[in-house]
Ligand binder design. Structure first.
Ligand code: GLC
Length: 723
């Protein structure tokens, strides 16, 4: 851990009450910098005095090392005890060099790649003066109407857990005082992704059993990986907002899981206890949050206006206050800020690292590995011999492919599809037409004629479609999740004049692609791929890269199927006839199947992977034995490729209904042309534990099946018995 032996207890002893409370307040950098903005109003709203302002402990949302240095120097010279500020930021998928959104990174099924990218982000951010990132966001999701699914790794607890822990390990390293590392904060605890109807900030009512089985594992994995901070969620959970939820923050987080890190509220979440109708005023809100264990109040009037008074009135003990303050001072010590308040950052380092060729190269590789080939009737990969290429659609030449939460990245720094294809094929004749808008309410088709003409005269057409990057992320839920505007109509017109067409998609959530799937012969999902997105797309389209991503969140056929997810129980009346037909008196819809268009784990390759066998070294297991599973996969093509080999389990009979399939392991492997590889897994009894009706975490003897393939297409199934 940290080399600093700065005596934080001695410092605490010197602090006045106001100085202590100040350490528990986080305000936007606009309150601290040489701001031109008039902050009189915001200060009054927060009830923060100038005296308190000079004593706060941390800040967020700033844009460069120069800004950080200016604020830090100004703040430390004004502060009586010269306590350094903590600088925190949302470095979700890159600081300046932006890699794919987490929904894409999860689709890579490659934890090592996630670590590499997180480490790159950590180095850039630290150089830029960031001390802590509000990452990883590991909220479990089942409803693509929610805009923040873009920040998650989808609908599987195991994948979410592995990718969350990978980010914590990469950001924090083994010593956060090392200038390459920054502290991390897991969020949003808990079940923010379970918002009713997929509407952001909406109510969450989920049984304890379901919380523990699906929603909790990834937060716990991040805590076990040593994350230093946790952010409770905005939403009410079973009637009580997380920031004031004693069961959640005291019983589960502290007593059961032993979390002793810092709890920071989400932005004004303490103040919103009034809006929730839980607190009558900011003083009550502050008391509730503090008693629940909220150490730092981010941007609310709660602690600013009332925490001193609560201590003076004896409602908050000075001893409890000291404990919270000491945690903040200890984090500053662990970061080495008392010795170096800039944590090794500098304008020179920031300039040298951000967008450097190596980082761009990694961002491109991540964009290639995250892309998912959803459909391909053989039209891809395109030959580079094609000389006349039409790029058509609202995403053909835009740099707006970073995605939400892309920190200091800029659209102007992104390689567009047009840039990427031109760089790859400098001699080709490339025509670019937008054709239409990507906005939901712009139905103008005046661009169709030019696009159709370009398609008619081209050897191949690349349709570049999707939803604008501000349609996902915070506060960006959609009631319908089709391709916005008239993009489907454009695709139909294009395919009618040129069958050599493939669609690229840029989106921050699973969309309803049923119409597009019926129209075009190939669909390559790019998500929001970041700074090198267009270069990655070009390499994938023309075969310099081979798609290997897999869907981590089901793509519905209709928004009416939501919430939709692969790991669901059977029900007593599952459909037993082909999914496209309605089955009366079975759990099914009239006019729509139950299955998604593209299920969890689905993703095609230019290689032809043949799953030849799945073998078990025994068909009996006890709680202290294990079973070796071997899966052989042959690459029946002349092209090397990567495949995320997945292992699923089905507990056939148990005291509570069990999902018809659960991912229990995966491994992404490279398989050379014509080669066969064997992937080995070891399964043990803890993999089969679940929360029974009394919320006990148990496994039960009985029959189990293991399979490979992907959800909705399980193959090579074998059975074994847990005795
Ligand atoms: C936001 C988000 C949270 C983020 C915080 C600071 O409202 O909910 O994810 O970390 O504010 O930007």
């Amino acid at each position: 851990m940290s080399k600093s032996n700065f005596d934080t207890r001695a410092l605490l002893k010197k602090m006045t009450l106001e100085e202590k409370v100040g350490q528990l307040i986080q305000l936007n950098s606009m309150f601290l910098g040489e701001t031109t903005a008039d902050i009189t109003g915001p200060k009054q709203e927060l009830g923060v005095s100038d005296s308190m302002l000079s004593k706060i402990g941390s800040t967020l949302n700033f844009h460069s090392f120069a800004e950080v240095k200016d604020i830090q120097d100004r703040h430390m010279s004004a502060d009586r005890l010269h306590i350094p500020l903590l600088f925190m930021m949302d470095v979700i998928h890159g600081y300046k060099t932006i890699y794919p959104i987490p929904l894409g990174m999860g689709a890579s099924f490659d934890p090592e790649l996630v670590k590499e990218c997180s480490k790159m982000a950590s180095k850039e951010a630290s150089a830029g003066g960031v001390h802590l990132t509000f990452t990883p966001m590991v909220d479990y999701v089942r409803d693509p109407r929610w805009g923040r699914v873009m920040e998650t790794c989808g609908e599987d607890p195991l994948l979410n857990s592995i990718m969350g822990a990978a980010q914590v390990e990469a950001f924090q390293g083994d010593d956060i005082s090392n200038p390459d590392n920054i502290a991390a904060c897991v969020k949003h605890f808990a079940a923010y992704g379970g918002a009713e109807a997929g509407r952001d900030y909406n109510t969450v009512e989920i049984s304890e059993r379901l919380l523990r089985e699906y929603y909790f594992p990834a937060y716990k994995a991040c805590i076990d990986a040593g994350v230093v901070m946790l952010m409770p969620s905005f939403n009410s959970l079973n009637g009580v907002p997380s920031i004031a939820n004693k069961w959640l923050l005291q019983k589960v987080l502290k007593e059961e899981w032993g979390f002793d890190g810092i709890i920071i509220s989400d932005y004004n979440a303490v103040g919103e206890l009034k809006t929730h109708g839980i607190a009558e005023n900011y003083k009550d809100a502050a008391l509730m949050a503090f008693e629940c264990g909220c150490d730092i109040d981010m941007m609310s009037a709660g602690y600013c206006s009332s925490l001193c008074r609560l201590v003076e009135e004896g409602k908050v003990s000075e001893e409890k206050l000291d404990k919270a303050v000491l945690k903040v001072l200890e984090l500053k010590r662990a970061l080495g800020l008392f010795e170096d308040p800039y944590h090794g950052g500098s304008a020179e380092k920031e300039k040298a690292l951000c967008l450097c060729p190596e980082h761009r190269e990694l961002a491109r590789k991540a964009a290639e590995e995250s892309a998912v080939l959803l459909k391909n009737n053989g039209v891809l990969p395109f030959s580079k011999d094609n000389k006349k290429i039409a790029l058509i659609g609202p995403f053909a030449s835009t740099g707006a492919i970073r995605g939400s939460w892309s920190c200091n990245g800029l659209d102007s720094e992104c390689v567009s599809v047009a840039d990427g294809v031109k760089a790859l094929l400098p001699d080709a004749e490339i025509t670019v037409c937008n054709g239409c808008s990507a906005e939901w309410n712009i139905l103008d088709r005046s661009g169709f004629d030019e696009a159709i003409n370009a398609a008619k005269n081209a050897d191949i057409v690349i349709l570049c479609l999707g939803e604008p990057q501000h349609y996902s992320g915070e506060g960006s839920s959609r009631a319908d999740i089709v391709l916005p505007g008239v993009q489907n109509e454009l695709a139909k017109e294009i395919i009618a004049v040129n069958k050599n067409t493939a669609a690229l998609l840029f989106n921050g959530r699973p969309l309803v692609l049923t119409e597009l799937d019926e129209t075009v012969p190939a669909i390559l999902e790019m998500w929001f791929p970041g700074t090198e997105g267009g270069a990655a797309a070009a390499n994938l389209l023309f075969g310099d890269a081979n798609p290997s991503g897999k869907v981590t969140m089901s793509f519905p056929r209709s928004v009416g199927q939501c919430p939709i997810y692969y790991n669901h129980p059977s029900t007593g009346r599952p459909k037993t006839i082909p999914d496209d037909r309605h089955q009366p008196y079975a759990s099914s819809y009239i006019g729509c199947g139950n299955l998604p268009l593209y299920p969890f784990g689905h993703g095609l390759s230019y290689s032809d992977f043949v799953y030849e066998s799945l073998t078990l070294d025994t068909d009996k297991m006890t709680s202290d034995s294990e079973i070796k599973v071997s899966i052989t996969v042959r690459n029946n093509s002349g092209r090397a490729g990567k495949e995320a080999v997945q292992l699923y389990m089905h507990d056939l009979f148990a005291s509570t209904v069990r999902p018809i399939q659960s991912l229990i392991a995966f491994k992404k492997v490279e398989i050379g042309a014509g080669e066969t590889v064997t992937v080995d897994f070891t399964i043990t009894e803890p993999m089969f534990r679940f929360y029974n009706a009394s919320c006990e975490f148990v496994s039960e003897p009985g029959k189990f099946e293991v399979s490979t393939g992907h959800a909705d297409n399980l193959i090579l199934t074998k059975t074994f018995v847990l005795e």
